[in-house]
Design a protein around this ligand. Structure first.
Ligand SMILES: NC(=O)c1ccc[n+]([C@@H]2O[C@H](COP(=O)([O-])OP(=O)(O)OC[C@H]3O[C@@H](n4cnc5c(N)ncnc54)[C@H](OP(=O)(O)O)[C@@H]3O)[C@@H](O)[C@H]2O)c1
Length: 209
């Protein structure tokens, strides 16, 4: 399952997985186009969607995300900006994983969290406080969930997809969604209980938390 599969990196991941002959469920806020409707701000919807079947789940890609504060000055921030960012990028991500645990456990599955290099405290360059904090939190989730889920046979990794030409990344970004998806799937293929807890770029470099 890939969350946020209506466009950008999530759509490219969904198509790349389907091209391998894998049955892939994708989600978007409003659904349609073969996608399940799932608004990550709605905890009940998260639970209902992730538990709609008890079929084993090999892979959950927590890709859906928002970046509402790209150009905010410190004085521009509202409580709503913070609430929206944390609800989607952190709480929604966590609740998806929690709801999917029985299905992941049944498959010996993996969880890939799309964090960002911007979430690394070592590479901070200021600004985008809510987005950076949310991505630091999502990488932190990967690290700590990896510890708790290894005994249950579930590997968890956090990934930076590159700077990608999507609605979020903009037209001047470095790589296409397809290139990002190829690299990410290589990383996810390599994710095991030995490498669980990793935080890596799409092209395989470790990122300091
Ligand atoms: N692009 C980059 O350069 C870059 C760099 C670092 C990290 N990332 C991370 O990579 C992931 C994908 O980024 P992207 O560039 O592909 O973004 P994008 O083009 O903006 O796509 C975001 C996806 O998330 C979904 N989404 C947004 N709000 C949602 C909500 N409340 N509930 C459920 N789904 C929601 C969107 O669905 P709707 O169609 O329903 O809105 C869409 O499918 C994000 O987590 C992002 O932070 C991206």
């Amino acid at each position: 399952m890939v969350t946020g599969a209506s466009r950008g990196i999530g759509a490219a991941l969904r198509h790349a997985l389907a091209a391998r002959g894998i049955e892939v469920a994708g989600t978007s806020t409003s659904g349609g186009d073969g996608l399940l409707p799932l608004d990550l701000r709605d905890p009940e919807a998260v639970r209902t969607t992730l538990t709609a079947t008890d079929a084993p789940l090999d892979l959950l890609v927590c890709n859906a995300g928002v970046f509402v504060d790209r150009r905010h000055d410190i004085e521009d921030y509202t409580a709503e900006d913070w609430a929206e960012t944390l609800a989607v990028n952190v709480t929604g991500t966590f609740l998806c994983i929690a709801a999917a645990l029985p299905r992941l456990e049944a498959a010996g599955g993996k969880v890939a969290i799309l964090s960002s290099r911007m979430g690394s405290s070592r590479s901070g360059s200021g600004g985008s406080y809510a987005y950076r904090a949310s991505k630091a939190a999502s990488a932190n989730l990967a690290h700590n969930l990896a510890i708790d889920l290894a005994p249950r046979g579930i590997a968890v990794g956090a990934y930076h997809p590159g700077w990608v030409r999507t609605e979020m990344g903009g037209p001047g970004a470095d790589i296409s969604p397809e290139e990002a998806a190829r690299g990410l799937l290589d990383r996810i293929d390599a994710l095991t209980l030995q490498t669980t807890g990793c935080f890596q770029t799409w092209d395989g470099r470790d990122i300091p938390y």
